[in-house]
Design a binder for this molecule. Structure first.
Ligand SMILES: Cc1ncc(C[n+]2csc(CCOP(=O)(O)OP(=O)(O)O)c2C)c(N)n1
Length: 638
């Protein structure tokens, strides 16, 4: 039998379906999402939870004229499937294929590119204001999860929208989960709203029963009403949002298409800010994802029958990931250091802090999806003599730039930033690649920036970092350290000092963090061609030890720097600045290997590193070219 889904080429085709058929379509969409994510991984649980919301919105509104923005955008697989991307859906998250997030360049139905949390209400407010200035007429809808609602940006937007009273709808998709269960006072408030709505229903039932008791029924009911009066006013649904200037509607079952469609139809008649509270189940419709929504939030390829993740590709290093090594070592350090505390912005799993949270619940602060607050909060802790470690993904730390600058670096407070997912992350793409941290941190005074090349080195750096009286950032990539570097002998960490791993006098490859094993392999390859290559494990992107690098420039004919980040303003450019400053007697060629000045697309990490020349061939090629150019200059001179 032909699937309904195969007839849906645009949301217009939805409108010809009955609600009963929409229910069938929801099942087909779910199957397609599960099948596709089982191949290349993806954000499964959130996408499964949002299927009915997405179908109902496209059923009621007229996209792309009406504008829908999905917060984070990780829940939009159903949206992609019904907006003309069904055929290409199997390419999801592949190099050159569909993005895992909404992307303006990909479809006219993606009216705003997302990936980071809490942006949707601000963006839709901007669109609503632009619409009104242009005198146009269309509807604007933001779909935001309860987790993303905890971000400061979302609160700022609510505050603004409630004041300007624009015609817009915020659909609050409440599954009581971010990646882990949602935290914070807002989450408690939302739970109370849900309880209050059951209370209101319960109240109706009680009234019905009591009033039917002969003679005393009405009196009993009046007494019960008086007792509960104060509680009832406390439980007035949505009063927080109402006070902020929104009309609160809900909560309703976010998997009930009849209710969703009927309510959305009703609220389109209003031309004021509306908050539509919808309750969903994360992972809905796939038993393993429903049972373990956190594990299925972002999952790699898995077996549909068992729900078990498939082994990682043979060419990627296995063993514990950097996040696991970090998390484990944090526990060990905390056992001996009562001042050590950890902070996460709703990413305890991803950053490896679950064990720490279990062992030291009062020393782990999960602040919600609130990176800005996380950093200034850590600064507050540090100002009182604690040793805070903020564990955060590189890309999400971008949001806290002023907090790092103004609250941590300016006061020279000893906050440690454990920057996970630094460098190319792979299939999540440009919204998630952690390629900017070296550049955005390097210009800030006081901070020391390090990057380990192995598990033991990460441990040593962490130990060193928590003893410093200044801000320290340690950046490490997604995945596991390579076994080649994990077995190297290690010298102690000393501020600014690199480690000479291999002597050589033609070219020096100065590599940062995960690029060290690439440099070692390239040196080996070049040795077979008679080119003698020194390999330096930079360890520090800042500060750089002047004596060490001065000496190095005197010994080689050229230097190649390599980093897993953008070349502009990064580690290599810092090294070049230093070399220009120390003005070596002997001119030395210099080549910076890093990502070019553009947003890097999504695709598997090794493929992207290769594409941008951050692999063995890229290093060897750069070294040969430097030597060749030098030989040419010399032959012209003689
Ligand atoms: C600024 C920022 N911090 C962290 C993340 C990582 N992240 C992606 S989805 C997510 C949870 C979102 O929860 P919610 O909005 O409730 O959506 P759900 O997945 O539960 O549907 C987090 C923390 C992010 N995308 N952006």
């Amino acid at each position: 039998m032909q699937r309904l889904l195969d007839r849906i080429n645009s949301p217009k085709d939805l409108k010809a379906l009955s609600v009963e058929q929409l229910r069938q379509l929801a099942q087909e969409v779910r199957q397609e999402i599960i099948a596709t994510t089982s191949h290349h991984g993806g954000h499964l649980a959130s996408s499964l939870g949002a299927v009915e919301i997405i179908l109902a919105i496209h059923y009621v509104f007229n996209t792309p004229r009406d504008k829908i923005i999905f917060d984070v955008g990780h829940q939009t697989y159903a949206h992609k499937l019904i907006t003309g991307r069904r055929e290409s859906f199997k390419t999801l998250r592949n190099l050159g294929g569909l993005s895992g997030f909404p992307n303006r360049e990909e479809s006219e139905y993606d009216c705003f590119t997302t990936g980071h949390a809490s942006t949707s209400i601000s963006a839709i407010a901007g669109i609503a204001c632009a619409r009104d200035l242009a005198g146009e007429k269309f509807k604007t809808v933001a779909v935001i999860g309860d987790g993303s609602m905890t971000g400061g940006l979302a609160f700022e937007a609510l505050n603004h929208v409630g004041h300007i009273k624009k015609d817009l709808i915020v659909v609050l998709n409440d599954n009581e989960m971010a990646i882990s269960p949602s935290v914070g006072a807002l989450s408690l408030y939302l739970s109370r709203l849900i309880t209050a709505s059951s209370y209101n229903r319960f109240k109706g039932d009680v009234e019905y029963v009591l009033k039917r008791i002969p003679a005393i029924g009405s009196t009993l009911f009046e007494t019960a009403k008086r007792i509960q009066k104060s509680a009832a006013s406390l439980l007035k649904p949505g009063s927080l949002f109402e006070e902020l200037g929104f009309k609160y509607v809900g909560p309703v079952d976010g998997h009930d298409l009849d209710v969703l469609i009927e309510t959305l139809r009703k609220i389109t008649a209003f031309q004021i800010p509306i908050l539509f509270h919808v309750l969903t189940k994360k992972g809905k419709g796939y038993e393993y994802a429903e049972a373990q929504p956190s594990s299925f939030h972002g999952i790699r390829a898995f077996d549909i029958e068992t729900g078990e993740p498939l082994p990682p590709p043979a060419d990627s290093p296995n063993g514990p990931s950097y996040s696991d090594i970090f998390g484990k070592h944090m526990v060990q350090l905390a056992e001996h250091n009562p001042k050590l505390v950890a902070i996460t912005a709703a990413m305890a799993e991803g950053t490896g802090l679950i064990e720490f949270a279990k062992k030291f619940p009062d020393r782990l602060f999960d602040v919600g999806i609130a990176e800005q607050h996380a950093v200034t909060f850590a600064a507050g802790l540090a100002s009182q003599g604690l040793h805070p470690v903020v564990a955060v993904y590189s890309t999400f730390l971008q949001r806290a730039y002023d907090q790092i600058c103004h609250d941590v670096c300016l006061q020279n407070l000893p906050v440690v930033f454990a920057i996970d997912r630094a460098g190319i992350v792979g299939r999540d793409g440009p919204t998630h690649h952690g390629v900017f941290d070296l550049s955005y941190l390097r210009g800030l005074p006081n901070v020391a920036i390090l990057s380990p090349t192995s598990g033991p080195e990460l441990r040593a750096m962490l130990e060193w970092a928590v003893k410093q009286s200044r801000p320290v950032a340690i950046r490490y990539p997604r995945g596991s350290p390579s076994s080649a570097t994990s077995n190297l002998q290690m010298t102690p960490i000393t501020l600014g000092l690199p480690e000479m791993l291999r002597e050589g006098d033609d070219i020096a490859v100065v590599a940062l963090g995960s690029m060290v094993d690439v440099a070692l392999e390239a040196a080996e390859e070049l040795a077979h061609e008679g080119i003698s290559v020194a390999v330096v494990n930079a360890r520090f992107a800042k500060p750089l030890d002047e004596r060490f690098y001065c000496h190095l420039t005197e010994r080689v004919k050229g230097i190649v720097s390599i980093e897993d980040g953008v070349a502009a303003g990064g580690f290599g450019s810092g090294l070049l600045e230093l070399i220009l400053k120390i003005k070596p007697e002997k001119g030395v060629g210099f080549k910076i290997l890093g990502f070019p000045d553009k947003f890097i697309e999504h695709g598997p990490r090794p493929v992207l590193l290769r594409k941008y020349g951050l692999d063995v061939a890229g290093v060897a090629d750069a070294a040969r070219k430097l030597l060749g150019a030098r030989a040419e200059t010399h032959s012209h001179e003689t």
